[in-house]
Ligand binder design. Structure first.
Ligand SMILES: CC(C)(COP(=O)(O)O)[C@@H](O)C(=O)NCCC(=O)NCCSC(=O)[C@]1(C)CCC[C@@]2(C)[C@@H]3[C@@H]4C[C@@H]5C[C@]3(C[C@]5(C)O4)[C@H](O)C[C@@H]21
Ligand SMILES: [Mn+2]
Length: 356
């Protein structure tokens, strides 16, 4: 089986448990995200709040050899056929739950400094987004400007926001301006910013998996219909780990709304929603066949494959078989676009050296 070499638009770093303890004074470090292993559940504490619980065996299931060792990780990547990765946070995802201004500002800064020295500073194939405060836009703008100078090419934002802080609202405008000016891609990762388990009962595992996908769609509707992307045509957003088959479909739905309910539409946009989506909205998937099929079927091309390494939802251990299932029989042009072209349109990585 020929090895299909890819870049991954959705991977994760596993931060050291003492990241914030080493970086911040105890009065802040004690309130930073920390995970404790109970007898059955992994329990998360953030700023004194008990935020989330994952079954231990679920958390243990995400353990490729390189999960916590960069050198081993690069060997994992070579084995799986992954050249480069955009590696989102793991514990850093919970920073968007912090509402106290100083704690939010200092914990994201510490996360970014750690990623800059321990990931970006140690090798060139794995880049991470930077984190920003989601509780104070002024602080977020300052951090975007700081991390862009440091070489970050993307900024992570949660898909769900607190009520009254939806992304269509003007309160975020300074952040969109700063991100566009800095040329950073906004990476909205699914399953962040809100509850991940909203239903208990028959089908819960699948229902909740789907429930974390919908906020990714909501990000697109807010960023497009609210006018942010129209006002900032060079700003690009990536919805990570939510699949991509739905993106052109909501473009059609939003066009219909824009036309059929035109009398109610505000702000008016300079382009149709579907045009804005095709020019500025990107999406990643791991296994979905539909994410590949829609490229030819609809001409929506901002589709990016992701390995979600080292998470259970990813492809570690079966990346090549997954890629062959996805791309055998697909045109070279579409395969190249989805496996590397879209990634390389958004991010700069060193040229891939010939691999086995
Ligand atoms: C969902 C229940 C409780 C239903 O049980 P029942 O049938 O009623 O008895 C049960 O099936 C279960 O415990 N499943 C474990 C998986 C899970 O928590 N599913 C939630 C929805 S899926 C999800 O939230 C994703 C998007 C995908 C799975 C990994 C996920 C939880 C990751 C994992 C955990 C944590 C949260 C995180 C980033 C993180 C650092 O890695 C994302 O924010 C979010 C993400
Ligand atoms: Mn992911």
């Amino acid at each position: 089986m020929t090895k299909i070499w890819v870049n991954s638009g959705d991977s994760h770093v596993m931060e050291p448990d003492d990241l914030w303890i080493r970086a911040l004074p105890p009065r802040l470090a004690d309130r930073a995200p920390r995970s404790e292993r109970g007898d059955k559940y992994e329990v998360l504490y953030i700023d004194g709040e008990r935020i989330d619980r994952q079954l231990n065996d679920f958390m243990d299931a995400m353990r490729p050899p390189g999960a916590r060792d960069l050198d081993v990780r690069l060997k994992d990547l070579d084995q799986e056929g992954v050249w480069g990765q955009l590696a989102f946070p793991s514990m850093g995802f919970w920073l968007c739950s912090i509402t106290e201004r100083e704690l939010a500002r200092e914990t994201v800064r510490a996360w970014n400094d750690w990623a800059h020295s321990e990931v970006l500073g140690k090798q060139k194939r794995i880049i991470t987004p930077a984190c920003v405060s989601t509780t104070n836009v002024e602080d977020a703008v300052a951090e975007v400007e700081r991390v862009a100078e440091m070489g970050f090419q993307s900024v992570f934002l949660p898909c769900s926001t607190r009520p009254g802080e939806e992304y269509a609202l003007d309160l975020w405008e300074p952040l969109w301006t700063a991100a566009e000016r800095a040329g950073v891609v906004l990476g909205f990762h699914i399953g962040t910013g809100g509850e991940n388990v909203v239903f208990r009962g028959p089908g819960g595992a699948v229902v909740n998996y789907m429930e974390t996908t919908y906020p990714g769609m909501r990000v697109v509707s807010h960023m497009v219909a609210g006018g942010a992307l129209d006002r900032h045509p060079d700003l690009k957003i990536l919805i990570a780990e939510g699949g991509a088959g739905w993106v052109p479909a909501i473009g059609d739905r939003m066009d219909e709304a824009y036309r059929q309910h035109g009398m109610f539409v505000r702000p008016k946009l300079s382009r149709l929603p579907s045009e804005i989506i095709r020019q500025q909205v990107y999406a990643s998937f791991q296994h979905d066949k539909s994410s590949v099929e829609i490229v030819e079927a609809t001409g929506y091309r901002n589709v990016m494959w992701g390995d979600d390494y080292p998470h259970l939802e990813g492809t570690y251990g079966h990346t090549q078989s997954t890629l062959h299932e996805l791309f055998d029989g697909v045109s070279d042009e579409i395969r190249e676009r989805v496996t590397r072209g879209t990634f390389n349109e958004l991010f700069r990585l060193p040229e891939q050296t010939p691999q086995e």
